[in-house]
Design a protein around this ligand. Structure first.
Ligand code: ASP
Ligand code: MG
Length: 422
């Protein structure tokens, strides 16, 4: 039994969906569970719709939703020449549910909760369309709602897995179905014991695939991407990038921790536990070797230098208002506020009179946090920065792209050096 994951780019238009069908045809004799993300950039569109609706701009929200609907309608039209109303009732119903949502004002106004009730529709819609399409081209399959299997905590937007119950439901109820037929399901979403939908964090479909693989005791996971494998840097930002054909679990965990976007950071650990290898392959060139992340690797690739970029960073510098030293009690209140605001630190540094940290900039979380911090500290905030992490950099030295940059913070450790720059 194997698990495949197809991300948004692999189902971004009708041609891409047909390509997914062609890939699946090659595996028709195998036991397979297929996890699929929302189509193309749908999740971003749903986020814009949600933000508009939440802020009371119902008209903007309706425009966003109409765009999302027409994007999917176009795909359906190309796939089988039908339309939502006539051929894809179930898809149409999902859109009707979304329309109903944004026609009324929210009762529970907690943003993260609402986010999770709405954003996962992208996955429900995409899997419905693909499942129906596959059926029409003779690839028999069963659509299943991932929320019936992935049981999570109530931590909206960053839900954690209740492993005991998830494992039990998947092995008792899902495994027998995958043994019989191809299963199509969603990434990214789960459900709480109180029946609320949750999401596992942006790009969480990789993690979903890994959860299913763990609980099904799968032989492998394959993530189909638009790149030829795991590269040592983003080829859009650096020249002479190379594919790492073999990567150890431990290196992959580190790279994901520092923000390598090739995989959702939580993906590897369940696989590591059961030594389930993870293949990264190109859906544009399914024959090509790609990369494999596994326990033991046999070659020298482990020491290849890797470069990880994180944009939209903000640097915050705190110092005490009375010019006293920054001491433990200050730090303790800073960390308490950061934890309460769910802001994660990517890099931090302290000196006698200041404490600085760099984190992702999310306006909704950040503005209230800054207000709170500025009650206690003198505060300086610099936005629009990039954090670069160089892993195994010694072999290669620093990339020339840093030459002309204003560096605002840097940190060195044995194997890793990090810079925050403008
Ligand atoms: N559709 C979600 C996102 O774009 C989950 C995923 O693609 O993995 O974040
Ligand atoms: Mg996606």
């Amino acid at each position: 039994m194997n698990v495949f994951k197809f991300g948004g780019a692999s189902v971004k238009d009708a041609e891409a969906v047909v390509n997914v069908g062609n890939i699946l045809k090659r595996y028709q004799n195998q036991k397979l569970l297929v996890v699929i993300s929302a189509m193309g950039k749908t999740t971003n569109g749903l986020e814009r719709m949600l933000n508009a609706w939440y802020d009371g701009n119902s008209e903007d929200a309706a425009v966003e939703l109409a765009d999302i609907k027409s994007f999917h309608n176009t795909i359906i039209g190309h796939l089988i020449g039908g339309d939502l109303q006539n051929n894809y009732h179930e898809v149409d119903n999902l859109f009707i549910e979304l329309e109903c949502y944004i026609e009324t004002r929210p009762v529970n106004t907690e943003f993260d909760f609402l986010y999770d009730q709405i954003i996962g529709y992208g996955e429900l819609i995409s899997t419905k369309i693909i499942s129906i399409y596959l059926q029409t081209v003779g690839i028999n399959n069963r659509w299943l709602d991932a929320r019936n299997f992935i049981n999570t905590t109530e931590d909206y937007r960053q839900a954690r897995i209740n492993w005991g119950s998830t494992e039990e439901i998947i092995s008792n109820r899902l495994k027998p179905i995958v043994d019989r037929q191809l299963v199509i399901t969603q990434g990214f979403i789960g459900r709480t014991n109180r029946n609320n939908t949750t999401t596992l964090g942006r790009e969480g479909s990789d993690y979903s695939a890994s959860i299913f693989a763990y609980c099904l005791n799968a032989e492998s996971v394959t993530i189909w991407k638009d790149v030829a494998g795991v590269m040592n840097a983003d080829p859009k930002r650096m020249e002479n990038t190379i594919i790492m054909h073999e990567i150890s679990f431990s290196k992959a965990i580190e790279l994901a921790y520092y923000g390598a976007t090739i995989l959702h950071p939580k993906t590897i650990q369940p696989l590591l536990r059961k030594s389930i290898p993870l293949y990264v392959k190109s859906f544009l060139n399914p024959e090509a070797e790609g990369s494999v992340i596994k326990e033991k690797i046999t070659n020298e690739e482990e020491s290849i230098p890797c470069y990880i970029f994180k944009d939209d960073q903000v640097l915050v510098n705190l110092s005490s208002k009375d010019f006293s030293f920054i001491v433990e009690s200050h730090l303790s209140s800073v960390f308490t506020m950061l934890a309460a605001a769910k802001v994660q630190i990517n890099l931090m540094q302290n000196s006698a009179i200041s404490f600085s940290f760099c984190s992702n900039y999310d306006e909704r979380k950040f503005n209230p946090l800054i207000d709170q911090l500025s009650e206690i500290f003198a505060i300086e905030v610099v936005k629009n920065l990039t954090l670069i992490t160089l892993h195994n950099y010694k072999k290669q030295g620093l990339p020339s792209l840093l030459d002309s940059k204003a560096i605002l913070m840097e940190q060195h450790s044995k194997n890793v050096v990090q810079y925050v720059y403008r």
